[in-house]
Write a protein that binds this ligand. Sequence first.
Ligand SMILES: [Zn+2]
Length: 389
Amino acid sequence: MNDRSSRALLERLIGFATVSRDSNLEMIDFIRQYLADLGVESELFYNAERTKANLFATIGPRDRGGIVLSGHTDVVPVDGQAWTVEPFALTERDGRLYGRGTADMKGFIASVLAAVPRFVERERELELPVHLAFSYDEEVGCLGVRSMLADLEKRPHRPVLCLIGEPTELKPVLGHKGKLAMRCSVKGAPCHSAYAPYGVNAIQYAARLINRLEQIGEQLSQPEHHDERFDPPYSTVQTGTIKGGRALNIVPAECEFDFEVRALPGFDAQVVADELQTYADAELLPKMRAVKSDTDIRLQPLSAYPALATSPDSEAARLLALLSGSTEFATVAFGTEGGLFDQAGIPAVVCGPGSMDQGHKPDEFVSVEQMDACEAMLERLMEHLATAR
Ligand SMILES: [Zn+2]
C-alpha cells in the first residue's frame, strides 16, 4: 500500500500511544519528518518540560491569512476499558478502522497528511495558504494549543478560518458549550463521632454546597435561559467526584469534590463559582468558624475552555457550507479548541470524520466511508484555496 494513503498514515498514527499523560513527541517527529520529506517545514511549540509539542506548518503563500486545519494529537486512556482489538494498532473489520483515536481524532489528521502531497503539488496555484495545527493536551482541558495560539495571534496575517476536524460525521458544526471545571475543598474539624456537635463535619458541609450547586443548575434550566441550538438547551452544573472521611466513628476533617459547568455561549460559568463562594462565605463559614476558627472552604479552577458560537451568517459558515456540502448547521455537546481559536481572532468551525458516539469508548472506530468522504472534503478545500481571491 502507498504509505501516503490516509489508511497507511492512520495506521502509523494509531501506533503512537499518545495518551495525554504521556509524551506525543514520537508522533510529532513522525509528522515533522513526513512533512519535511515533502518539502514542508514545521514549527514546534514545546511544553515547559519539552515532553510534548504542538506542530504548525504552512503550505502556500505566506503574505495572507488562509485556512487552518486543526487537530489534537493526544487521546484518552484505555485503562479499564474492555477492548476486543489492540487499541494502539489499526484493525480493519467490515469497513471500519478500529483503534484508540481513530475517531477522536487521528482519522482527521491522517486525512490531512494524506492530502499534503496534493497541496504541495499545487502550491504555486494556491491563492490562500493552508496551515496545519496539531496540538497536545486537548483531552485534559485544551491546554496545549494555547502556546501556539499565543504565537499565531501576534502574526501579521491572521487565518480567515480554522477547521477543527473533531468527529461530526462530517456534518457542519458552528458551536458548542464552554466548560469550567472546579475543585471545592472543605476543611472541617475532626473529633470522636460520639461528640459530633463539637467537630465540624466536612462531608455534611460539602453536601450543602453540592445542594446549592444543584439549585443554581435548576435556575439555569429555566425557559428564559434556553438556547434551542444546544442539547440540553441550557447551561448545566454537575458534581462528578467526591472524597472524604476516614472512618464512621470520626467526624470527617476533609471533603473534596469536583464539579463542572457546561455553559451556553454568552453565559459566564464563573458566575456559578462566584455564587457558590458567596453562599459559603455568607451561610456556611460563619457556622463552621463558630465551632473552630481554622475551618475553610476553598474553590480552585481545574480547567476551562470557552464556548464556540460562530454565526451562520459569517464568512466562516459560508466556507464550512462549501467544504461540507451542507448548510444544515448543527452544534455538538462536546468541547473543542474552537472557542480558543475564536478568542485568538481566528473564526472556527467543527467538521471531521467519524462520530463522537465512538470517541473515548472501547473499540473506537472510524469507517472507511467517512475517511473517503473526508478526503473529498479536503479536495474541495484545495479547489477553494486555488480559486479564492
Ligand atoms: Zn477530540
